[in-house]
Every structure is written in C-alpha cells, then in structure tokens.
Design a protein around this ligand. Structure first.
Ligand code: MHF
Ligand code: KIV
Ligand code: MG
Length: 270
C-alpha cells in the first residue's frame, strides 16, 4: 500500500525510515520494489545525471520531468520532489506555484526545501495549502558558494542555531527533516528535540532514517562523499556489459542467427 506523509511521520522511533534518490522510471521501479519507504527526486540529478558540477543549474522543468517519471513507476513509496535552487524562497507566489507543479503535474506527494530562517514562513504557508514539506538542515548544497561541502553544525553556536531552526520548521508544519553532513551527536540532539522524523545523510546512526544518493549506494558514481557506503558495483557491471557488446559487434559474434530473421518468401528474390 502507498506510504503517506502520515506513515512516515508515525514511523519515527520504530524501524528506521529508508530513503533513496531516483531520477528515472527504471531506478524508481527497482527502489520501490525493494521496499524503500521514500523516494527523493533529488536536485543531485544535476551531478548524477546532467553532468553539472553542482546542483545550482537544475531547473524546475528538469525536476518536474524527472519527478513525473519516478511517480509513474512508483507504487508504494512516498515520492518527494526536491525544489531546485532559486525556485523557492525569494517570492512566495512563485515558490508555491513551483512546488504546486510537483504535486499537480508530476505526481509528487511532498516537496523538500533546503531550509534556513527564510523558509519558516514558506513552510507554514505550503503546509497550510496542502503541500507537505520536508525540511533540510546542515550541509545545504545549494549554498555551496558560501559553505563549500564542509560538515555543518560543528560549533556550539552553529549546533544551537540548527536546533532552533529544526524546532521552528516543525512548528511551521514540516513533516520530516533531512540532516546532511552534521556531527552524529548534534544529529542525535536535533532528533530528540523534534517529534518529526529526522533522516540523516552523513549524520550518524541516531536519526530516525537514512538517505543516500542511489548512484552512490549502488556503486555507479565515479566519485562519492566520504560518508557513502557502496552496496554494489553497478559501474563495473555496466562497463563489463558495454565492453562485451562492443567486442561482440567488432568480432562479428553479434548479431547471431537467433537475433535475426530471414524472410523465406523473399529468398528467391533477394
Ligand atoms: N553523487 C552525489 N552524492 C551526494 O551525496 C551529493 C551529490 N552528489 N550532490 C549534491 C550534494 C553534494 N554533497 C557532498 C559533496 C561533497 C562532500 C564532501 O566531500 N565533503 C568533504 C569536505 C569538503 C569541504 O570541506 O569542502 C568531506 O570530507 O566531508 C559532501 C557532500 C552531497 N550531495
Ligand atoms: C542527498 C539528498 C538529501 C538531496 O538533497 C539530493 O539528493 O539532492
Ligand atoms: Mg538536494
């Protein structure tokens, strides 16, 4: 049965919540079939699929297209669309229209916003309108030009600010919170301070759930952050298959008789 935002919220403290990204239908189908609770259509599509060096160039149209593909292929998981850089936060009307597209056009069940003091009111407005919001604190890669990709919440002051923002977003109506690249003890403190589930990436074992970029988790990425564990080697499996194909064509082994068809009736003509 389809997961709902409420299921995700109620699961906190029970079994860990599992979340992976997906950006296309076949990957979403595999992730969904393996029982992962939440599929995030991440703006990490910029790095993983579109060949960009950061998530900043990703557009609302690109996110809507990927989210629609994922939604069409997903039966059980909750589908969350990541809102790309500058598609929210500067103008309330535009933010809500962009987020609304993910639900109305692309079949997402919720959106994720990289959070800060400027997203508290927006989170409240979206929640009131029926757009469930997943918040995101710690390393927020859309701020790469200010933060780099360094671990966040590493000073007493920064950790206290993260805690305050987590509480403020919960009060504003966020249903869940991603904590990225923060010390495990800070993530534990935040997890204890809020009742919404926290989902960690590089944030230690005390969160209510975990998320990874699917390409990193299956071993498809050529580079991964230090907090990643590769649970497979899809890149090598795919390279072997591509190499096998190239060699079979070059040596004339492919296509063989079983891959082709001779039309007998045309035999005396051709
Ligand atoms: N494939 C992929 N996986 C991800 O997890 C991911 C993306 N892409 N793109 C968007 C962001 C960027 N992320 C990153 C990127 C780099 C580090 C990293 O290497 N951090 C260094 C410190 C770098 C610094 O200090 O500036 C580290 O050692 O932790 C962490 C998260 C996580 N996200
Ligand atoms: C890593 C997750 C949390 C994300 O925001 C993304 O994949 O874009
Ligand atoms: Mg993202």
């Amino acid at each position: 049965m389809r997961s709902t935002v409420r299921d995700v919220r109620e699961k906190a403290g029970d079994e860990p919540i599992t979340m992976l990204t997906a950006y296309d239908a076949v990957t979403a189908e595999i992730v969904d079939e393996q029982g992962v609770d939440v599929i995030l259509v991440g703006d990490s599509i910029g790095n993983t699929k579109l060949g960009h060096e950061s998530t900043l160039p990703v557009t609302v149209d690109e996110m809507a297209s990927a989210t629609a593909a994922v939604s069409r292929a997903t039966e059980d998981a909750l589908v969350v669309a990541d809102m790309p850089f500058l598609s929210y936060g500067h103008d309330e009307k535009e933010s809500i229209e962009n987020a609304g597209r993910m639900l109305k056009e692309a079949g997402a069940h919720a959106v994720k916003l990289e959070s800060g003091p400027h997203t508290v009111e927006l989170t409240e407005r979206m929640s009131q309108l029926g757009i469930p919001v997943m918040a995101h604190l710690g390393l927020t890669p859309q701020r790469v030009n200010q933060l780099g990709y360094a671990r966040q919440g590493t000073t007493e002051e920064a950790a206290a600010e993260m805690l305050d923002l987590a509480v403020a977003h919960e009060e504003a109506g966020a249903f869940s919170l991603v904590l990225e690249h923060v010390p495990a003890n800070v993530a534990r403190e935040v997890t204890e301070a809020v009742s919404m589930p926290t989902i960690g990436i590089g944030a230690g074992p005390h969160c209510d759930g975990q998320v990874l970029v699917v390409d990193d988790a299956v071993g498809l990425s050529s580079w991964t952050p230090s907090f990643v564990e590769e649970f497979g080697d899809v890149r090598e499996a795919m390279a072997d298959a591509v190499d096998g194909y190239r060699e079979a064509v070059e040596t004339g082994e492919f296509p063989a008789g079983e891959h082709s068809h001779v039309e007998d009736e045309l035999d005396d003509i051709y």
